[in-house]
Design a protein around this ligand. Sequence first.
Ligand code: K1U
Ligand code: ZN
Length: 182
Amino acid sequence: MRAMTDPADNAALLPILVAPDKALKLKARRVMPGDMDAVRALLPRLFATMYAAPGIGLAAPQVGVALRVAVVDLMPDDAPAPMALINPEVAAVGEDWAVREEGCLSLPGQYADVSRPDRVRVRYTDAEGRAREVEAEGLLATCLQHEIDHLDGVLFVDYLSPLKRNMLMRRLAKERKARADE
Ligand code: K1U
Ligand code: ZN
């Protein structure tokens, strides 16, 4: 559940690119101080698009904006916990790895188990331009790594064997065609 005064409420939704769109494979560029006005205008639309999908994360390249910006909200206990991440980077990873099922708004309806470090420290700049760090574990750690991967043009299917990846991509294409033919 989100707060009644959430700034994402009236923001216009953005169309989410679906794989194999080539824009999803590009490395996004770092946000510079001169980009901050555009980023502040983009953030409410990113949050609104993520909440509407619904999803727990969304990276700017997924809406065709090649900047290193992402939003995350795991909504723990149904309470909003929005995080806007500008130029996020993984500063440290824990020793243990965990396998977790991942989805992706750019691979609608497709899920697969992916192994990643179970704890990460992520450095980023917040919407007010302040340098921040977050220590995350579990689903938040997975989601942060998934979103930072989007900024480098990496999708969760890139961690799968070629066989599994091809199966998933073929299933996605088939399901999209079936929906388009409906
Ligand atoms: O970046 C994205 O494509 C968003 C993606 C994030 C993510 C999910 C699971 C593991 C790692 C990263 C999603 O949000 S997919 C949708 C989803 O997981 C979800 C949707 C509604 C409620 C709870 C989860
Ligand atoms: Zn994704």
